[in-house]
Design a protein around this ligand. Sequence first.
Ligand SMILES: Cc1cc2nc3c(=O)[nH]c(=O)nc-3n(C[C@H](O)[C@H](O)[C@H](O)COP(=O)(O)OP(=O)(O)OC[C@H]3O[C@@H](n4cnc5c(N)ncnc54)[C@H](O)[C@@H]3O)c2cc1C
Length: 381
Amino acid sequence: MDFELKEEHKLLVEMTRNFTDNELIPIAPEIDAKEIFPKENLKKMAELGLMAMTVPEDYGGSGMDTVSFALAMMEVGRGCASTAVTMSVTNMVAEGIFRFGNEEQRKKYIPPIATGEYAAASFALTEPWAGSDAGAIKTTAIRDGDYYIINGEKVFITSGAYAGVIMVAAVTDKSKGKHGISVFLVEQDTPGLTIGKAEEKMGQRGSNTVSLVFEDCRVPAENLLGQEGDGFKIMLADLDGGRIGIGSLACGVMKACLEESIKYSKGRVQFGKPIAEFQAIQWMIADMATDLEAAKNMVLRAAWLKDQGVRFTQAASMAKLFATEAANRAAYKAVQIHGGYGYTREFPVERFYRDVRVTTLYEGTSEIQRIVIARNILGKL
Ligand SMILES: Cc1cc2nc3c(=O)[nH]c(=O)nc-3n(C[C@H](O)[C@H](O)[C@H](O)COP(=O)(O)OP(=O)(O)OC[C@H]3O[C@@H](n4cnc5c(N)ncnc54)[C@H](O)[C@@H]3O)c2cc1C
């Protein structure tokens, strides 16, 4: 057992940390306030190799391991959760195309994701009637010669208005239930695909969240990812990796909460001394630091298991569950430590509090993570 990071990991953390400090933190408040999609920074991140991190270099990716992806996500999440979620989903799609795609699909779609030619990539599963119950999707894809014709509606799609390519789940055979779902790679400008209005969100306001409407959208048959009927399995398998990304993002925000709380509590004087000298404040800081340590270890272990090529579904769900709930606790405490000022936009903890809320909701709510974990422990009952 070795808790020491490898040299390549340390170098990656240093590079991402510098990028976060110099490029993300300065503009994060404006991105949030004005709901700006951070296109320029995403392009720079692609140039740094952060958008298709785990895809082999032969296919245009960075050829790094999942531990690297998690470490980079933690740094980006520390600076800007909006940018971090965009990075996480884009990496998840790049990896999905590599894992489940054929040679033509890999060669066509991964390089533009990796180089930043595409600002982002999207993963479209959720529908108005199918959130946690993702197997209940109604979007259909009917074969018509060399094409599939897609009809239906997706909601809450991260980066949907900016994605060069979208992984879309649709029903190809209704009689087979979940085994009748397939996945298609749909390009942004495909006729019949309309992008809805962006959601006005509580947090992560610089990330783009839209509905997608498919009306007789003709997608070439060669854009089927994997085999017909494998779609549900593909989307869930890809989400396992995505959960490591969201757990890492949560660790990043938690670290930012801790750093801001330490700084503030040492400077703020009440009753004639810095509030850091009060045990109540010390305990909150100790709890935040302990939660962060536990969350980081869980996320990195899930990433490491994935890199060993063994089953990591349960570890990824546990890491996502713990890290995102802990990050919400940390954001609550950070605002508490800042007192009334923590409730104003003068201090970033107000944004962290809003940004972190959604992490227990997307890519499977905390309740769904518990279902996944319990199922893995108890087996089918
Ligand atoms: C900002 C944002 C970005 C998103 N990005 C994407 C994206 O890129 N792609 C995509 O496909 N989706 C995306 N989503 C959708 C997200 O994954 C869903 O919102 C999430 O899966 C929950 O679905 P729901 O909102 O319909 O809630 P519901 O499924 O309606 O859940 C409501 C409540 O009921 C609970 N619940 C549901 N079923 C059970 C059960 N069996 N047992 C116990 N409790 C249960 C839930 O945990 C929750 O507390 C995004 C959502 C948001 C908010």
